[in-house]
Design a protein around this ligand. Structure first.
Ligand code: UD1
Length: 375
């Protein structure tokens, strides 16, 4: 490698990072930059990690910090401790972090204190809810980033309000949608995922391969509070009595359902509850869904890109473009409101929306272009 080749050290840690980094690494390499990958090990299971690397054809990380699970302080601190010597060894021109997970802030903080430029992909999103761990990660990462790439125009206004120099902000579009568009043709048909899921009694047999409600829940605010969790389970039961409910379960959610003694209520007819699915299975499940009910940020964006109605069971969203222009509606967790919104989508077909500006499959290339120029 010539001495003039710039190195952008790319970081991933948790599931939602994996679908963001692929297009960035590919475009950086195509632009003649070196783009080694560090995995913090925040997510590590076959179903939460390995499978995504295979599905997305991601390069194997040069380094895995193997931090695993823990409290926020433990996890963040351990990532920082283990990432520092990696920077000493590789001495990159920049560290590129994506999204808003603990790995994002931990690695950005180590880099900035060593005088290495920090690049944040998916900057400026704000839920304005500081009880959300990701919101803290977003605000702090943006404050210490040298270059901030945004997915939607609201983000730049948020960053300016927080005093970020506009010269550091570049609106490039959404790298997660680069990945979605590149993989649509490889989506695994829902019928195959449902047949092979081995989920509870309703799976495969009782649940048709189209026209179901696809549900994902994993936010601490929804699943760690047994009262909210029980309320949402009640909603899912009411939906399943009318429309099949397909629900891949995040490990956090499965653990909380078990602790609260609620898991049995998702085993009745009309339910297909399964282990987390891979990226290509999830694409297929979204395509076959009549409606997606979720608290995931990624699914809000992916359903908007696919034009599939989405109900977000949270009080807010950091991705307002999915509501203003896309197919998303924020409904909160009040059972009557959730069920009214669900019935409305079933009756009306729900919002189709339109594709937001620059969600065109070329965000990774725009990022690489800017980095090749500015580093
Ligand atoms: C993390 C992110 C969240 C993201 C989510 C996607 C933070 C603060 N949160 O939350 O923004 O939406 O990932 O999944 O970074 N576990 C496993 N196997 C794994 C990983 C986790 O079983 O491979 C279990 C562990 O019991 C762990 C729990 O899931 O304690 C939660 O994992 P953690 O990474 O702490 O947070 P997530 O809820 O996954």
């Amino acid at each position: 490698m010539g001495a003039d080749v710039k190195t952008v050290l790319c970081v991933v840690g948790a599931r939602p990072n994996f679908m963001k980094i692929g297009p960035v690494i590919a475009a950086l390499k195509a632009a003649g930059l070196a783009a080694p990958l560090v995995h913090t090990g925040q997510h590590y299971d076959e179903g939460m990690n390995d499978r995504f690397f295979r599905d997305l054809g991601l390069p194997q990380p040069e380094i895995n910090l193997d931090v695993g699970s823990g409290s926020h302080a433990q996890q963040t601190g351990e990532i920082m401790r283990r990432f520092e010597p990696v920077l000493d060894r590789i001495d990159p021109d920049a560290v590129l972090v994506v999204g808003d997970v603990n790995s994002t802030i931990a690695c950005a903080l180590v880099a900035v204190k060593k005088g290495i430029r920090v690049v944040h992909v998916e900057a400026g999103l704000r839920s304005f809810d500081r009880a959300m761990p990701e919101e803290i990660n977003r605000v702090l990462t943006d404050q210490i980033s040298d270059l901030l790439f945004t997915t939607e125009r609201h983000a730049e206004a948020n960053l300016r309000r927080e005093g970020i120099d506009p010269a550091r902000i570049v609106f490039v579009g959404n790298v997660m949608i680069d990945t979605l568009r590149a993989n649509l043709e490889r989506a695994v048909p829902a019928a195959r995922t449902l047949a092979g899921s081995g989920a509870g009694s309703g799976a495969g047999s009782g649940v048709a391969a189209a026209g179901y409600v696809l549900v994902t829940l994993h936010r601490p605010s929804n699943v760690d509070d047994p009262v909210v969790l029980a309320r949402l389970v009640g909603c899912l039961e009411a939906m399943a009595a009318e429309t099949p409910v397909v629900c891949p379960l995040h490990p956090r959610t499965r653990a909380r359902l078990n602790e609260a003694g609620l898991i049995g209520r998702l085993r009745g007819p009309g339910f297909a509850v399964m282990e987390p699915v891979g990226y290509l299975e999830m694409l297929g499940l979204m395509q076959g869904a009549r409606l997606v009910v979720t608290d995931s940020g990624g699914l809000q964006e992916e359903t908007t890109a696919l034009g599939i109605p989405c109900l977000t069971v949270r009080e807010n969203t950091e991705r307002p473009i999915t509501v203003d222009e896309g197919s998303n509606t924020v409904v909160g967790t009040d059972a009557a409101v959730v069920m009214a919104a669900y019935r409305d989508v079933l009756a009306s077909g729900g919002k189709a929306g339109r594709i937001p500006e620059l969600w065109d499959g070329r965000a990774g290339q725009r990022i690489a272009h800017v980095l090749a120029e500015r580093l």
